[in-house]
Ligand binder design. Sequence first.
Ligand SMILES: Cc1cc2nc3c(=O)[nH]c(=O)nc-3n(C[C@H](O)[C@H](O)[C@H](O)COP(=O)(O)O)c2cc1C
Length: 181
Amino acid sequence: MDALEALQNRTASPRLVEPAPSRQGLQEILKAGLRAPDHGMLRPWHFLLISGKGREKLGQVFADNLEPANDQEKDKMLNSPLRAPLIIVAATQFKDHPKVPKVEQVCATAAAVQNMSVAIHALGYSSIWRTGKAAFNSGVKEALGFKATDEIVGYLYVGTPTLANRPVPENNIDEYVSSWG
Ligand SMILES: Cc1cc2nc3c(=O)[nH]c(=O)nc-3n(C[C@H](O)[C@H](O)[C@H](O)COP(=O)(O)O)c2cc1C
């Protein structure tokens, strides 16, 4: 797929099923992620791949740490990772650098997530970038092997969409863009 076509037509898919990208496809997706811009080439990111039974373990981690108010909410947490066959957890593990503040390291990781989501689309799959409480909870971070001070920038749910792609929303360029100077 042409690069501009992929960039302009990617949409998120909340319902994703098997198949996930093949091993080869996943390598291409990760390669695209790792080409994100990165001030100082700090490589501040780490990506966890979670599939199969790992998703059930992730649901348990959510339920154990996110304080569900009732059984219904607990079930929702247990089942939420089952919404896609593959989840890529993208985290920033901050590096000390005199010229690269934390926000730029989060930006680099976010750019990697976006590169991956466009690559996923270009390969004929789909994804949705999610965060919520599961991204900001220190118990979840530690259960996944991160430090409480690391930042989970996103859970990228990946798979084959069950519904036709949502129409690409129209954007009025003039609403968001102006000339200066
Ligand atoms: C940092 C970040 C966090 C997000 N978190 C969520 C989320 O927790 N739940 C959700 O439904 N969408 C979340 N989204 C939005 C979706 O990924 C998606 O962009 C949105 O549904 C709009 O669809 P589109 O990307 O096709 O325009 C998040 C997006 C970003 C950039």
